[in-house]
Ligand binder design. Structure first.
Ligand code: CMC
Length: 375
């Protein structure tokens, strides 16, 4: 077997990129030269949008201009709304989001223009539409009225408002904005890889994002944040959590929100930031037991499996306390990641090399067809 044989492409360098890099040794997530955690503490999500798409942090006036361009792109046409409404009630919101993004492609005037400028414009339009589709799909499924964007609110506050119908407090807005930043970009996870593979055939940004939604939905990836919350609610209390985890481990089940292909036995820096946010939010919301429960889960998993929590473990209870319905946790993750994936698709289009790997064949050889009555 050759040394090129790496199922799961573990540690394989699949692309050159100037967008981001997980420096596990230094425990740093490098985003265009900056540390993601420092960015999350000092700038807003819209600054990250500028940084990821243009390569440099925007000035205040550039950020305002970008915000206006996003606001101009808000609005879902009747056709898109009808397509989403046609889906059955039990449709998973990620599936509705995938369908919605796919449908948007047919209305995109610059669909096949792969120039950097056109791709930038499309990414901005998607940054307006993706949160709207997610909120619309959920509200339509729950038979709740759709909430139009409030242009007086910041991008993040408005996203939360379109979901919950409540104008968030400053603390809620700041924590949500921080969560969008830590979800915005993370080197080459499965969904970004899927998008780059699709883009490498010269296919379009919408198609690449449609594939990425399908990838991110899985519980080994973005779907983990919903699964974490379901697991915490199933456990019910701090007292019952340890036994709940141990019984799952005895059955060799995976515990959602723990482990990571790249960090392996090191902490995910994003999880630490969301843990701090949860501590703060749990006090304000008078839910200290939820924080204590999560900390206990972390201790049990380290003791039993030497595993650290990943971002999804702490983002889940944070979203829960922000009043976001569980069905929207993964769509929110995808909405935040739309900019990171778009940056990768743009980079792929600008420096393309078709992805076309080989296989290690394990099937039969030298068979010849013969026609028989039965086997
Ligand atoms: N619970 C229990 N055992 C685990 C877990 C877990 N969450 N994660 C890894 N392990 C064990 C695994 O069973 C294996 O043990 P053994 O060698 O005894 O069979 C060992 O750790 C190595 O696991 P692996 O499957 O080789 O690791 P991987 O690199 O394929 O898995 C992972 C990475 C994220 C898929 C995995 O840790 C996992 O399934 N985690 C739970 C799902 C999750 O939280 N996903 C979110 C990932 S981070 C954010 C994102 O991408 O969205």
């Amino acid at each position: 077997m050759s040394d090129l044989h790496r199922p799961g492409l573990e540690n394989v360098i699949a692309s050159e990129t100037a967008i981001s890099y997980l420096d596990v040794e230094k425990e740093e997530i490098v985003i265009r030269g900056y540390d993601l955690i420092e960015l999350a503490q000092k700038v807003t999500y819209l600054d990250i949008v500028g940084l990821l798409l243009d390569g440099v942090l925007p000035t205040l006036s550039e950020r305002r201009d970008m915000e206006m361009r996003i606001q101009e792109a808000y609005g879902l046409t009747e056709n898109i709304r009808s397509i989403i409404e046609l889906l059955p009630e039990q449709a998973n919101v990620m599936d509705s989001l995938r369908t919605g993004i796919s449908a948007l492609a047919s209305y995109e005037p610059e669909l096949d223009d792969r120039s950097q400028e056109a791709n930038d414009r499309k990414a901005i339009r998607l940054l307006a539409k993706v949160p709207q589709i997610a909120a619309y799909a959920y509200r339509s499924k729950m038979k709740q009225p759709f909430i139009e964007p409030d242009l007086d609110l910041s991008y993040s506050a408005n996203f939360l408002y379109m979901i919950t119908g409540q104008i968030p407090t400053q603390l809620e807005e700041d924590i949500f904005d921080q969560s969008l930043i830590v979800y915005s970009e993370h080197e080459m996870p499965n969904s970004t890889f899927a998008a780059r593979v699709i883009a490498s055939t010269q296919s379009d940004l919408y198609g690449a994002l449609t594939g990425a939604v399908a990838s991110l939905k899985g519980t080994l990836h973005g779907g983990a944040n919903e699964a974490v919350m379901i697991m915490l609610l199933e456990a019910g209390s701090e007292e019952k959590l340890e036994e709940h985890l141990l019984s799952k481990l005895r059955k060799r089940e995976r515990i959602m929100g723990f482990g990571h292909r790249v960090y392996m036995n090191k902490a995910d820096p994003r999880a630490l930031l969301m843990k701090k946010a949860l501590a703060e939010l749990a006090i304000i919301k008078k839910r200290p037991e939820l924080y204590n429960m999560c900390v206990l889960g972390e201790e049990v998993m380290f003791r039993e499996k030497n595993l650290h929590p990943n971002l999804d473990y702490y983002a889940a209870p944070v979203y829960y306390l922000l009043g976001i319905p569980i069905d929207l946790f993964t769509p929110v993750f995808f909405a935040a990641r739309t900019v990171g994936i778009s940056a990768h698709v743009i980079e792929q289009h600008n420096h393309n090399r078709l992805f076309r790997p080989r296989v290690h064949y394990t099937g039969p050889r030298d068979l010849h067809p013969t026609v028989t009555e039965s086997h």
